[in-house]
Design a protein around this ligand. Structure first.
Ligand SMILES: NCc1[nH]cc(CCC(=O)O)c1CC(=O)O
Length: 312
């Protein structure tokens, strides 16, 4: 590496994406004081199509395609992603090389009037566009009126503050990173609602043949997080679920064992399939597949087929 080496980070322009890119930049500069790191902010399809419910647009990787093209064209060297938005498969020539330490993976209950989900009055209006959150909240509280809520974190908070909703559900990690932890009225436990695979974790993608960049990224790797996220993603991959599916996946690691919980739900919360597996950490991905197969044996394929049919 020469003194002048510059590493360019392709990033979306939302506050959270920029925070994550700046975080990776700071880490890289910390480990490599000689390195210059630049951000290359860009808009993605997912940022542009704002008026259609995400579940209806479908299409895996709405938020990553442009970033990936920039790396393939050599306009950028790495892309920083929220792991939960990264498709399970990568285009030829690119790979997810680094998984950084996870922030709190739980969902957060956010409201100006109520402290928790079970305090909401009958028929209260709750905002979320996530099918996963929708089905689990419906199962807990069938009376609630769940309405679509799009936009980046600040837009969603503004809609809550306008009085459009009694409460909204957001990833705790986003609120913590954007320095708004006081917005979290309470955490939603994994028992109430399983988080999305990879929630709270940041991943770094680069060109497969870019050994220089890989060496620079190596110190940012967090093995414990990798095991958890690999197990969670393997489950989603086996279920062929993108990021807009009513699938929850949550892994925890104790000593050298990983415990993975998974769930597939019907959108109205009328049916929720759950399963859990435990095994050695080295077999994280196999455990994810095993869990998916348990869910398929319970009929997850029928539920998911129904969801995909509705989103056509
Ligand atoms: N789908 C959007 C998205 N992607 C990542 C996060 C939060 C941070 C994370 O999971 O790392 C969010 C916002 C949210 O779900 O509230």
């Amino acid at each position: 590496m020469t003194q002048q080496h510059t590493l360019r980070i392709a990033t979306r322009k939302s506050a959270l994406a920029l925070w994550q890119a700046e975080f990776v930049k700071a880490q890289l500069e910390h480990f490599h004081p000689e390195l210059t790191v630049e951000l290359v902010p860009m808009s993605t399809q997912g940022d542009i199509i704002l008026d259609t419910p995400l579940a209806k647009i479908g299409g895996k990787g709405l938020f990553v395609k442009e970033l990936e093209q920039a790396m393939l064209d050599g306009r950028a060297d790495i892309a920083v992603h929220s792991m939960k938005d990264v498709p399970v498969e990568f285009p030829e020539g690119l790979e997810l090389y680094t998984i950084c330490e996870r922030e709190d993976p739980r969902d957060a209950f956010v409201s100006n009037s109520y402290k928790a989900l079970d305090e909401l009055p009958q028929g209260a209006v709750v905002g979320t566009s996530s099918l996963r959150r929708q089905c689990q909240i419906k199962a807990l509280r069938p009376d609630l009126d769940i309405r679509d809520l799009r936009g980046n974190v600040n837009t969603r908070l503004a809609k809550l503050d306008n009085g459009d909703y009694d409460a909204i559900i957001l990833a705790a990690a986003g609120l913590i990173r954007l320095e708004m932890p006081e917005r979290i009225a309470s955490f939603i436990t994994p028992e109430q609602s399983l988080p999305a695979n990879g929630q709270g974790a940041v991943g770094i993608e680069c060109r497969s043949d870019d050994e220089v960049t890989k060496r620079l990224l190596a110190p940012l790797e967090h093995q414990h997080t990798r095991i958890r996220v690999l197990a969670e993603r393997a489950m989603n991959r086996r279920l062929e679920g993108g990021c807009q599916v009513p699938i929850g996946a949550y892994a925890e690691v104790t000593a050298d064992q990983v415990t993975l919980r998974g769930l597939v739900g019907a959108l109205d919360g009328s049916q929720i399939l759950r399963a859990q597996v435990t095994g050695p950490s080295e077999q994280a991905e196999q455990l994810g597949v095993e869990l998916a197969e348990q869910l398929l044996a319970q009929g997850a394929d029928k539920i998911l087929a129904e969801v995909y049919k509705d989103s056509q």
